[in-house]
Write a protein that binds this ligand. Structure first.
Ligand SMILES: Cc1cc2nc3c(=O)[nH]c(=O)nc-3n(C[C@H](O)[C@H](O)[C@H](O)COP(=O)(O)O)c2cc1C
Length: 404
C-alpha cells in the first residue's frame, strides 16, 4: 500500500518536473524570440510622431518640415529634400529626392511626385496650427527635363514654399497629422454619411484635381475587383516584389537605421505580436518568402475591398508634374480630413501603375472612370475603421535638410 503511494508521488513529481522543464524551455524560447524581435530596442524611428518633436528647432521652417515628414508616400520612401532659403527666413524649397525612387512600380516617378503634394498638404496644416499661412509656387524653375529626370529632380524644386504670419488661419486637421495615414484593415460597412461625403467633396473645390466618391454597389464591386486584380498582377511582377522586399525592414535595428520603407506595422501588427513576428521572421527567414508575401497581400486586399464603404478617385485633366503634385495635395487633404471625421483611407495604386503587365487593367479603369482622357492619380478605399492602425517609420527631420 505504502509502496503504491510512494510510486504515485514519484510519478506525479516526474510529471511536474517535466511540465516545469517544458514551460521553462518555452518561456526561454519566447524570451529569445522577443529579444531577437527587438522588444528591448528603443524605436527611434517613431520619434517624429511625438507631439513635441517639432520643438527641437526654433526655426518655423524646420518646425513645419518636422510635421510634413509624417505625410504618406509611395512605399513610404519619404522622397523629400528641403533647402532652407538663405536670403529669406520665411522661405524653403522642396525637392524630390532622386535617391529614393521605386522604378519598378513607379517607372515614371508619378507616385514620387504625388508624394510631394502629400508633403505640402501636411506642411500647410502644421503651418496653420502654428499661426502661419503657407503658399506654394509649384515648379518655380520650370518642370523637369524628362530626358534626365534624376538630375532634374535634384536641380529643380517641386515647390517654393513661403510662410507668412497670419492670425486668421485655422485648421481642424492638426491632430489628424499624428495618426496613421493608411489603414489597410477591413472597414465597417457603414456608408459615409451625407455630411461626411459633403465635407470630403468640398475639399476638391479649390483643387486643380478632381475627386469622385463612389459608394453604390456596382462601383464598389468593380473598383474592388480592380484592386484585387492589380495586387495579383503586382505579386507576379518580380521586379516589383524584389523592390518591395529590398525596402522591407524586419527588425527594430534595421528600422532604426532605415526609418523609411515597409515593416510589419504596415500589416497592422503592433505590440507584443510585432516583436514575436519580427523574431520569428529573423530566426526563420524562409517564413517571409515570395509565396507567403504574395498570399498575404492578396488576402489583405480581398478582405479590404470586401469591407469598404466607398472609393475615391482623384484625377487630373492631363498628367503634368504640376497636376501630379496637385493630386497629392488633394489626396493628403482628404485623408487628413477623413480622420478628423472618423473615417480612414487606403490607396490601391497597383492598377494605376505604368509597367507593361499592368497595361490592360490600367487601360480598363481609365476607359471606365476617366473617359475624357484624364489621368487617375489615386484610387483609395474609404470607410469607418474597425481598428486603429499603427504609425510607421519616419526619417529624422535633419536627414531631409540639404544645404544649398
Ligand atoms: C502615391 C501613393 C501611393 C500609395 N499606394 C499605396 C498602395 O497601393 N497600397 C497601400 O496600402 N498604401 C499605399 N500608399 C500608402 C503608403 O504605403 C503609406 O503612406 C506609407 O507606407 C506610410 O504609412 P502611413 O501612411 O500609414 O504613415 C500610397 C501612398 C502614396 C502617397
Amino acid at each position: 500500500m505504502n509502496d503504491n503511494i510512494a510510486k504515485a508521488h514519484r510519478a506525479r513529481r516526474t510529471v511536474f518536473i517535466t511540465i516545469g522543464a517544458v514551460a521553462c524551455v518555452l518561456a526561454l524560447s519566447l524570451g529569445a524570440i522577443l529579444t531577437v524581435g527587438g522588444i528591448f530596442v528603443p524605436a527611434t524611428y517613431l520619434q517624429p510622431w511625438k507631439a513635441t518633436y517639432y520643438q527641437q528647432s526654433t526655426d518655423i521652417r524646420v518646425q513645419v518640415v518636422a510635421h510634413a515628414l509624417l505625410a504618406p508616400s509611395g512605399h513610404n520612401m519619404q522622397p523629400w529634400t528641403v533647402v532652407l532659403d538663405t536670403a529669406d527666413a520665411n522661405v524653403l524649397h522642396l525637392y524630390a529626392d532622386s535617391s529614393r525612387l521605386t522604378p519598378a512600380v513607379d517607372p515614371d516617378s508619378r507616385q514620387t511626385v504625388v508624394s510631394q503634394g502629400a508633403f505640402l498638404a501636411y506642411l500647410r496644416v502644421a503651418a496653420e496650427q502654428l499661426g502661419y499661412s503657407a503658399s506654394f509656387e509649384l515648379f518655380p524653375d520650370g518642370s523637369y527635363d524628362e530626358t534626365d529626370l534624376r538630375t532634374s529632380m535634384s536641380q529643380r524644386p517641386v515647390a517654393r514654399i513661403s510662410l507668412a504670419k497670419d492670425a486668421s488661419v485655422t485648421t481642424k486637421d492638426y491632430s489628424s497629422l499624428f495618426r496613421a495615414d493608411t489603414n489597410r484593415a477591413p472597414y465597417t460597412v457603414a456608408p459615409l454619411t451625407t455630411p461626411q461625403t459633403e465635407a470630403l467633396t468640398a475639399l476638391a473645390d479649390n483643387s486643380a484635381a478632381r475627386l469622385t466618391l463612389l459608394s453604390d454597389e456596382k462601383n464598389l464591386i468593380t473598383l474592388g475587383a480592380f484592386g484585387v486584380q492589380g495586387t495579383l498582377i503586382e505579386t507576379e511582377y518580380l521586379a516589383a516584389t524584389r523592390e518591395s522586399a529590398a525596402v522591407f525592414h524586419g527588425t527594430e535595428q534595421s528600422k532604426n537605421e532605415a526609418r523609411s520603407g515597409f515593416a510589419v506595422e504596415g500589416q497592422g501588427t503592433t505590440g507584443f505580436k510585432k516583436y514575436l513576428l519580427q523574431g520569428l521572421l529573423t530566426i526563420f527567414p524562409a517564413l517571409n518568402n515570395d509565396t507567403a508575401t504574395a498570399k498575404n497581400a492578396i488576402t489583405m486586399t480581398a478582405a479590404g475591398v470586401d469591407n469598404t464603404a466607398a472609393y475615391g478617385l482623384i484625377s487630373t485633366p492631363g498628367n503634368t508634374r504640376t497636376e501630379q503634385v496637385e493630386a497629392g495635395i488633394l489626396y493628403a487633404q482628404l485623408s487628413l480630413h477623413a480622420r478628423t471625421l472618423g473615417l480612414v483611407m487606403q490607396p490601391l495604386s497597383q492598377v494605376l501603375q505604368e509597367y507593361p503587365t499592368m497595361a490592360a487593367p490600367y487601360a480598363a479603369i481609365h476607359a471606365q472612370y476617366a473617359p475624357e482622357g484624364q489621368t487617375i492619380q489615386m484610387l483609395v478605399r474609404v470607410g469607418t475603421p474597425t481598428t486603429e492602425y499603427p504609425v510607421s517609420m519616419r526619417r529624422d527631420v535633419a536627414d531631409l535638410l540639404r544645404t544649398p
